[in-house]
Write a protein that binds this ligand. Structure first.
Ligand SMILES: Cc1cc2nc3c(=O)[nH]c(=O)nc-3n(C[C@H](O)[C@H](O)[C@H](O)COP(=O)(O)OP(=O)(O)OC[C@H]3O[C@@H](n4cnc5c(N)ncnc54)[C@H](O)[C@@H]3O)c2cc1C
Length: 277
C-alpha cells in the first residue's frame, strides 16, 4: 500500500522529507503520475505539495516577478504581471499541453522535470530566471541554466524543493518571441522550440539578443556566438540566416519517434528566421 501525505505548510513538510527520505514529491502530478503509470517510477511514499499555500502565487519582487513553484500553469498564464511584462513566457504557456494540463501542472513541476522539451524553460533561460531552492534550514538560488544539469537532472539535493522562480524584469527588451513546432498544434511535445528576447533600436538595429532553443540538445541550447553576432546588426533575413548557421554548433539533437535529428536541426535554425516578419 502506497502512503500519500499532503502537508499544509512548509513547517509540516520538512520533518516529512526527513522521515521519508525515499518519498517522491509532486505538485500537479502530470509528469510524475504518467511515469508511475508507465512503470518508470514506483515510489512507496508520495508527498503532495498542492496544499502548501506558501508555494503558490505570483507577486512583484524588487524589479521583477516571483512565481511560487506550485502555481498552476493556468494561473501563470492568466496573471496580469506575466501578461504585461513577460510576453515570451505567456506565449510559451499558451502552447503548453491543453487547458486540463495547464490546470493541473505547475511551473515548478515543469522546471524540475528538466525535460529538453519543457516549454517554460527556453523563456526562463532568456529571461535569466533564478530558481529558489529551499530546505529545512536554508535557502539558496541558482540561475535556471545552472539549476538544470542534464535531461531530467537538477541541482536539487536530498530534503530540497524549489519554492519559487524569480524573473527579473526584461527592461528595454522590446521583442519577445516564442515558437514551438510539434506534430500537432496542441497537446504536442516540441520537436523544436525557440525563445528570443531582443532589444531593437528605433532604427531597427539589434542592440541585445538572447536566444534559447528547446528539444535540440540534452538541455536547453543557447548560442553565445549567435547572440554576439547579432549585436549591432539589422534584423534582416540574411543576418538571421548567418546567426542560425552559427547557432547550429550548439545543437545536439536526437532521433526519436517525433523527429529525426536532422529535421530537428533544420527546424531549429528556421525558427530564428521567423523573427524577420
Ligand atoms: C498529456 C500531457 C501533455 C503535456 N504537454 C506538455 C507540453 O506541451 N509542454 C510541456 O512542457 N510539458 C507538457 N507536459 C508535461 C507536464 O504537464 C508539465 O511538465 C507540468 O508543468 C508538470 O508540472 P506538475 O506540477 O504536474 O509536475 P509533477 O508531475 O507534480 O512533478 C514533476 C517532477 O517535478 C518534481 N517537482 C514538482 N514540484 C516540485 C517542487 N516544487 N520542488 C521540487 N521538485 C518538484 C516532482 O518530484 C517530479 O519529479 C504534458 C503532460 C501530459 C500528461
Amino acid at each position: 500500500m502506497r502512503k500519500v501525505f499532503f502537508p499544509r505548510t512548509l513547517d509540516e513538510l520538512w520533518p516529512l522529507l526527513e522521515s521519508e527520505p525515499g518519498a517522491a514529491i509532486f505538485s500537479g502530478g502530470t509528469d510524475l503520475f504518467v511515469k508511475m503509470r508507465a512503470g518508470s517510477a514506483d515510489p512507496g511514499v508520495l508527498i503532495g505539495l498542492e496544499r502548501i499555500g506558501e508555494l503558490r502565487g505570483i507577486r512583484r519582487e524588487g524589479d521583477g516577478v516571483r512565481i511560487g513553484a506550485c502555481t498552476s500553469l493556468k494561473s501563470v498564464l492568466e496573471d496580469p504581471l506575466v501578461r504585461s511584462g513577460l510576453k515570451v513566457l505567456e506565449t510559451a504557456l499558451k502552447a503548453l499541453g491543453s487547458p486540463q494540463i495547464r490546470n493541473m501542472g505547475t511551473i515548478g513541476g515543469n522546471v524540475c522535470t528538466a525535460s529538453p522539451a519543457g516549454d517554460t524553460l527556453p523563456p526562463l533561460y532568456v529571461l535569466r530566471a533564478e530558481v529558489e531552492i529551499r530546505s529545512a534550514g536554508s535557502t539558496r538560488r541558482a540561475p535556471i541554466g545552472e539549476f538544470i544539469t542534464g535531461p531530467g537532472k537538477t541541482l536539487l539535493g536530498r530534503g530540497e524543493i524549489i519554492a519559487g522562480i524569480r524573473v527579473p524584469a526584461p527592461q528595454g527588451l522590446n521583442l519577445h518571441h516564442f515558437e514551438k513546432v510539434g506534430q500537432r498544434k496542441a497537446l504536442a511535445i516540441a520537436v523544436a522550440s525557440l525563445a528570443a528576447l531582443m532589444r531593437i533600436s528605433p532604427e531597427g538595429v539589434i542592440e541585445e539578443a538572447r536566444l534559447a532553443w528547446g528539444s535540440v540538445a540534452p538541455t536547453v541550447a543557447v548560442s553565445v556566438g549567435a547572440e554576439e553576432f547579432l549585436k549591432g546588426k539589422a534584423l534582416t533575413r540574411p543576418v538571421l540566416e548567418e546567426a542560425a548557421r552559427i547557432a547550429e554548433a550548439s545543437f545536439f539533437p536526437i532521433d526519436d519517434i517525433r523527429a529525426t535529428a536532422g529535421y530537428r536541426k533544420a527546424v531549429a535554425g528556421n525558427l530564428l528566421l521567423r523573427l524577420c516578419k
